[in-house]
Design a protein around this ligand. Structure first.
Ligand code: ATP
Ligand code: MG
Length: 366
């Protein structure tokens, strides 16, 4: 992903059409990626959403309408321009009724296309802002209220627990174990409440700073080791941290939170033990350069069916999960830092999560 550039995904299986179009769009300053079929387009949308999709209606695997509906479901904040065949005006109108923002018939006049892209970007940006506001404003009053209702009694329980611990003599194994269970449950509830608050809160206003990712990861690893200390003895951790890693511009606490979530997911996927490998590295290409962090576990892996649900709020397969970890990661890494998250998994073998953070940020963010 390139600094400050608006992103366009072309969905079309014909290289003779996409090649010159890609060249033109890059020339006028867009960052372009291409999907040759509907499924590739949907996975690109999931992991690296563009702002505009140019969608050809004739795809080799799924129908244009199916593609449009799935695109809007996965990423409502994308502006779709439909490309119809020669004389396909009626189809274009039908697709606009189904959520596309504009259409254009082949053969394409690049000047007209450019105008349509600019208009679509404006509409898409305004709609995305509205949606974000609605999303937060509808949930915002409820979650803090709920959080208070849970946290106030939790504080009272923690206080009472302290008193019980101080005044109880003698203490035996049963007593200690019960106290530990209560403490764990309190921790779980507290984390859940925090997760809900992080989920609804717009990104913090805190300023971006220079971050040493290697150092941040070491802190995150230490934190997670305390959180899941019962799992740690069974897990062997290998770290390969690039000593030459450049700093990235980012919000320290937010990035640390994502590292903690991803480390924790990896640890939790290995209840019987396994190996966790954490690697950092620098990629100079494409500009502006990227710090890559790879979290690889040899845990349970993810079912194929679940792969597309990972970024849906509250999706969890854990009895004690809130299903917000990855959603929060996506918001922080992709929306807040223009980075990418890619998850590759094989059931029974393990999961590899790759996060890339740009070393510099678009001027409208930083
Ligand atoms: N490394 C992994 N290995 C296996 N499954 C994973 C991994 N990471 C995520 N998952 C799957 O994705 C689901 C969603 O993960 P996510 O982190 O969003 O929520 P969670 O871990 O269930 O709950 P929490 O909000 O407490 O993090 C998990 O329940 C799990 O099924
Ligand atoms: Mg999680």
């Amino acid at each position: 992903m390139e600094e400050g550039k608006r992103r366009i995904l072309i969905v079309d299986d014909n290289p003779e059409f996409t090649k010159p179009l890609e060249g033109f769009l890059e020339l006028v300053g867009f960052q372009v990626s291409i999907a040759r079929d509907g499924h590739t387009a949907l996975s690109k949308l999931l992991f690296d959403p563009p702002e505009i999709v140019l969608l050809d209606l004739k795809l080799p695997d799924i129908s244009g309408m199916e593609a449009l509906e799935s695109i809007k479901k996965i990423e409502a904040d994308v502006g779709v321009i439909v490309i119809t065949g020669h004389g396909g005006e009626q189809a274009g109108v039908d697709f606009m009724e189904a959520g596309a923002l504009d259409f254009l018939s082949k053969p394409i006049d690049y000047g007209v296309l450019r105008g349509k892209i600019n208009r679509t970007l404006k509409t898409r940006d305004a709609e995305a802002r509205d949606r974000q506001f609605k999303r937060y404003s509808s949930q915002e009053p409820f979650f803090p209220f709920l959080a208070r209702k849970i946290r106030d009694p939790l504080q009272a329980i923690i206080g009472a627990l302290g008193l019980i611990q101080t005044h109880s003599h003698p203490k035996d194994g049963f007593f200690d174990q019960s106290i530990r269970i209560i403490e764990e449950e309190i921790g779980y509830l507290d984390d859940f409440v925090q997760g809900c608050l992080d989920f609804i809160h717009p990104p913090t206003e805190r300023l971006f700073e220079e971050i040493d990712v290697n150092e941040l990861i070491s802190f995150a690893l230490e934190k997670v080791s305390h959180m899941v200390d019962s799992l740690c003895p069974k897990i062997s951790i290998t770290t390969r941290l690039d000593p030459q890693l450049p700093k990235v511009r980012g919000k320290y606490d937010e990035i640390k939170r994502t590292m903690v979530n991803l480390l924790r997911n990896g640890f939790e996927a290995m209840p019987e033990g396994g190996t966790f490998t954490l690697t950092t590295g620098f990629l100079s290409d494409p500009p502006p350069g990227w710090v890559e962090i790879v979290f690889a576990d040899t845990g349970t892996g993810i079912k194929e069916d679940d792969m597309k649900k990972l970024f849906i709020p509250f999706f969890t397969t854990k009895t004690r999960g809130s299903g917000l970890g990855l959603v929060i990661c996506k918001r922080i890494i992709m929306e807040g830092h223009r980075g990418t998250i890619q998850i590759v998994s094989e059931e029974g073998k393990g999961t590899t999560v790759t996060v890339r953070l740009p070393v510099t940020l678009p001027s409208n963010l930083a």
